[in-house]
Design a binder for this molecule. Structure first.
Ligand SMILES: NC(=O)c1ccc[n+]([C@@H]2O[C@H](COP(=O)([O-])OP(=O)(O)OC[C@H]3O[C@@H](n4cnc5c(N)ncnc54)[C@H](O)[C@@H]3O)[C@@H](O)[C@H]2O)c1
Length: 273
């Protein structure tokens, strides 16, 4: 896909990976809508990338519909919709099932249903125009499992399944679906200052950065390449592919290995349940 002069809407564009995506897309000549709950920071990013700031709660279907209408009226047809906003809260004190219902619901609403609402709003429009691109920023947790994050992991697994269904059903309509599954990225989500300089591949930021943390800029470049090359799966940490194969080859052995991994990182931090 040729990016120059496209219109893109990025949810969660005010911070972290979304902010880096806005900056990288701007450099490629894309006209941007920076959509976020945090309108103050969305406005800062929008002014940097000469874009349009939109206040949006992605968990509300009506707000996604209204945002699409507003952005199309201001910038023209949306070619690329990037569902990037996401949340994680950690497990509750008694393990995998013990997080409060409101955390489970928020994970399901924001990490999964927002992708469904975006697809419902965009697919009829994109089909009518002969195509478009839906990017779903999910997580390696959706292919594997994030230790200490049961609700996040379950919602991200569901989001992987939904992206596969979208790609299978709508590939023939000219709609490119891009599924992004990173491990640790240097953002507030994992307790890293998003403005700090991070060397790609460095460790020491917490138990789940075992394969090295990546900068938001690096991850944004991987996503841009995935859009341009019209790939389905984007894995900024290439190791994820090997782990995914090992899991498929012998699921029981993989669970035993993950138990050992959990014990190891639990010894390093008291935060994990
Ligand atoms: N940081 C990581 O290690 C990592 C790894 C894998 C996947 N991811 C995924 O990448 C995506 C971006 O996360 P990030 O690391 O940049 O986190 P972040 O916390 O820096 O940014 C998330 C953004 O989403 C916005 N947001 C949250 N709830 C919203 C809502 N209801 N409506 C609109 N906006 C909302 C926040 O205001 C924020 O701007 C998420 O889907 C996350 O699950 C992150």
């Amino acid at each position: 896909m040729e990016l120059n002069n496209c219109v893109a809407l990025v949810t969660g564009g005010a911070h972290g990976i979304g902010r880096a995506l806005c900056r990288a897309l701007h450099m490629e000549g894309v006209r941007l809508a920076v959509a976020d709950l945090d309108i103050e920071c969305a406005e800062k990013v929008a002014s940097e990338v000469n874009g349009l700031a939109v206040r949006l709660d992605v968990s509300q279907q009506q707000e996604i519909i209204a945002a699409v209408e507003h952005v199309e009226a201001e910038l023209g047809p949306i070619d690329i919709f990037i569902s990037n906003a996401g949340v994680a809260f950690g497990d509750g004190p008694d393990g995998a099932a013990s997080a409060p219902d409101e955390h489970w619901q928020a994970c399901l609403d924001i990490n999964l249903m927002a992708h469904v609402y975006a697809a419902r709003a965009m697919i009829p429009l994109m089909k009518g125009r002969g195509g478009g691109c839906l990017v779903n920023v999910v997580s390696a947790a959706g292919l594997l499992t994030q230790v200490g994050e049961a609700a996040y992991t379950a919602s991200k697994h569901a989001a992987v399944g939904f992206a596969e269904s979208l790609a299978i059903t709508h590939g023939g309509d000219g709609i490119h679906v891009c599924l992004v599954c990173p491990q640790a990225v240097a953002t507030r989500m994992i307790g890293v200052d998003e403005d700090s300089e991070v060397e790609d591949g460095s460790i020491g930021f917490g138990g789940n950065d075992v394969d090295g943390i990546l900068s938001t800029e690096y991850v944004a470049d991987c996503i841009l390449a995935g859009i341009q090359e019209e790939r389905f799966l984007v894995l900024p940490h290439p190791q994820v592919s090997t782990y995914f194969q090992r899991k498929a080859d012998d699921h029981d052995r993989w669970i035993s290995g993950m138990r050992r991994f959990r014990r190891r990182i639990k010894g390093q931090t008291n935060e994990l349940q």
